[in-house]
Design a protein around this ligand. Structure first.
Ligand code: SAH
Length: 222
């Protein structure tokens, strides 16, 4: 095995994560929530990416996870997580499990995470990874996330990591009054705006368009 192919130890990955997370504290879009920073540090991103890309797992860049899907760069995951204001008793719904990484970041921050993936092999692989790593408060489902997860509703927060054309009504219905939703809006295969919404009086109202762009979710690589 050439040095390039040699596996990287968990410790080396952790050191690389420490450096990355330290950078999140500074500059525009800096993360201030210590709980979120701790979750980013604790979550082994390399376990959620294909083996041949593990070397790049702790760089702040999006990575393809197969089936033409991509996971966001860690700084964006941290930012979205902070914007959700996750609290220890919260129940959170995620649409678009992908690799399971975002769900894993949320897991230590909230009581329960429910996550739905439409591409079956991705859903199965994420379920396996999350189980192997001991994320017992993450519940996975394979199916169309636009229907939400009525049996587990209502949710304190909903995070959508695929970009539907409109906000699916079941996701609004299943959000608690005062609950927050993050959802990317914009053309597929192009940069998307991230909307932060809140439920007020049964209606969904826009809080902000976040000052970061969501990377398109198709990588073109399988
Ligand atoms: N949050 C993921 C990255 C998601 S990429 C992570 O941390 O790894 C977006 C994912 O949404 C893809 O896996 C895609 O297959 C999935 N997806 C797209 N449309 C969906 C739908 N209607 N319901 C559930 N998942 C969907």
């Amino acid at each position: 095995m050439s040095p390039l192919e040699a596996p990287i130890s968990d410790e080396t990955h952790r050191t690389a994560r420490e450096r990355l997370v330290e950078r999140f504290r500074h500059g525009p879009g800096a993360i201030h929530d210590e709980r979120v920073l701790a979750a980013m540090l604790a979550t082994p991103r390399h376990e959620f990416v294909p083996e041949n890309l593990r070397r790049d797992a702790n760089r702040d860049s999006p990575l393809p996870i197969g089936h033409r899907q991509t996971i966001s760069q860690p700084s964006l995951v941290a930012y979205m997580t902070e914007q959700l204001r996750p609290g220890p008793t919260d129940r959170v719904l995620e649409i678009g499990t992908g690799s399971g990484y975002q769900a894993a970041v949320l897991a230590p921050l909230v009581a329960e995470v429910y996550t739905i993936e439409i591409v079956e092999p991705l859903g199965r692989q994420a379920r396996e990874t999350l189980a192997r790593l001991g994320y017992t408060n993450v519940h996975t489902r394979i199916g169309d996330g636009h229907a939400g997860w009525p049996e587990a509703a209502p949710f304190d927060a909903v995070i959508v990591t695929c970009a539907p054309d409109a906000i699916p009504q079941p996701l609004i219905d299943q959000l608690k009054e005062g609950g927050r939703m993050i959802i990317p809006v914009g053309p597929q295969n192009d940069l998307q705006d991230l909307y932060l919404l809140e439920k007020r009086g049964g209606e969904i109202v826009r809080q902000a368009i976040l000052p970061v762009r969501f990377v398109p979710m198709t990588s073109g690589k399988d």
